[in-house]
Design a protein around this ligand. Sequence first.
Ligand SMILES: [Zn+2]
Length: 393
Amino acid sequence: MNRTWNQYVVKRENKTLVLTTIINHMPISRANVAQVTGLNKGTVSSLVSELIDEELVKELGPGESSGGRRPVMLLFNGNAGYSISIELAIGNILGVITDLNGQIVNEENIPLQTTDFNTIFPIMTQLIKKLIQQAPKSRYGIVGLGIGVPAVVSQKGEILLAPNLDWKNINLKEKLSEIFHLPIYVENEANAGAYGEMRYGSSQESKHMIYTSLGIGIGTGMILDGKLYHGLSGFAGELGHMTIIKDGRSCRCGNHGCWERYASEQALIDEGLNRQLITNDQAEPLDELIKLAAAGDKEVIKLFEEIGTYIAIGLTNCINIFNPEHVIIGNKLMKAKEWIYPVIEAYIHDHAIGFHQNKLKIDSAKLGIYSPVSGMAAFVIEGFLFDRKTTQE
Ligand SMILES: [Zn+2]
């Protein structure tokens, strides 16, 4: 490594540090950036000038001063570009445009009647094109595209297995790259949800967090020591397929007694049909069950409580394994929070090993159904801003 290269790397790292400091502390003066980063004022001043020229930072009127001339405050310019994020769920595709602060500026939701990839792919690409057209004009335009999928995803953005979609070995990133010449990120939906809650949601402070996505299946994303945990090949977090019942219900993953066969939205709907609480001609069976519970139907409330107990059994296992500070429960089943949540809390309180409970917080996802798309936006934005070397390059 020669001297010039070294200087280049140091400068790039300093610039990233200055930009990160402005994003995390804005509005902030140049002098305070120097104080926070430990860089000298001259260096900060010249890096800030570059960032202003690049339209990533802008100046706000004078800020508070304890005396003397009031300093000019710096802001990160969240409107310098936009990100497109998609959550490909079972039964719908949610697409959003966010600014560089991760704020959603527009969204589109398309219901799906099928899980056939060849039908869904063109629907998804049309949606992406529509969102690209809707994005406000900006210096950098669309800075990237992020897709969250309920699947085991390889480090190259290939869907290896999506049991609930019945997909195997689909190179989604490659297929999208043929159409969209943008940085593309494909990630497991629960990992994206965990990242979204960590960056923009209810877990911005905790370094040890488990996010559980309760949809048609169950996915979990883990933030361990402040980082999204991927495991050796990026497959960590398939906790929906941990066995909770010996010789239990068969699962599409090939195993029996998996957690998601007892505690997911699909498990709820299956049991609702079994017990003839709903009929199979309902377009939105979960909403129908919620309506019945709200009207005081005791059998339906009992079913929600049973599902809540199964959710809590799996969460208790997660808590005992990972000793998290924060457990966040997200996705569609939380629409029934009113009946499920108290059961979960009480069960964990009675069953998780006591030491784990000292500092443990359990919450529903602050971003609601937007946790995964927000996480995908964060991957895209950080890739753009920090030239982050991702595992998918
Ligand atoms: Zn399974």
